[in-house]
Design a binder for this molecule. Structure first.
Ligand SMILES: [Ca+2]
Length: 158
């Protein structure tokens, strides 16, 4: 009877260890490298872009564009977790639909830090407008609404 009890205890211990092992294994393991899940949203900046040197003017505390399809650029940053790169940057004008920005460079959005640019795809009316931009990373995290890159500007002439 004592022998059976010892064996039963051993089997129970082994099962307990097995449960621990299975329960504690990390499903985020990729190629033997344990990846820490990243819970931070990407952040980004936005600026008026003026390659011709004539579109934008900063006047009395606000940006003025003498172009109704003005151009912007900026920098999007995901984080330091390898592989969790920026996958897209989108912008919207006056709370409208989101539109895609382009990555600077030939290989698209592939890095944790990406510079981007775009020209407004719709023709803007003269007057005040608000532009917002957001970024998405490889884990599907988007910029928090409170962290959108925002720029207020005025179109002064088409
Ligand atoms: Ca790239």
């Amino acid at each position: 009877m004592a022998k059976i009890r010892v064996i039963a205890t051993l089997v129970a211990s082994m099962l307990f260890c097995l449960v621990l092992l299975v329960g504690c294994s990390d499903s985020d393991t990729e190629g033997g490298v344990v990846r820490t899940a990243d819970a931070t949203s990407p952040t980004l900046t936005i600026n008026p872009l003026d390659p011709s040197g004539t579109t934008w003017e900063y006047s009395e505390g606000k940006w003025e564009a003498s172009d109704n399809t003005p151009t912007f650029d900026g920098k999007a940053v995901s984080n330091t977790v390898a592989g969790n790169h920026i996958t897209s940057v989108e912008y919207r004008i006056d709370g409208g639909g989101w539109m895609s920005a382009q990555a600077v460079g030939n290989d698209g959005f592939t890095e944790n830090t990406e510079h981007y640019h775009f020209s407004i795809a719709t023709t803007l009316s003269t007057g005040a407008h608000r532009l917002e931009a957001q970024a998405t990373d490889a884990e599907g995290m988007r910029t928090e609404e409170s962290e959108y890159a925002t720029i207020d500007f005025v179109v002064v002439a088409p």
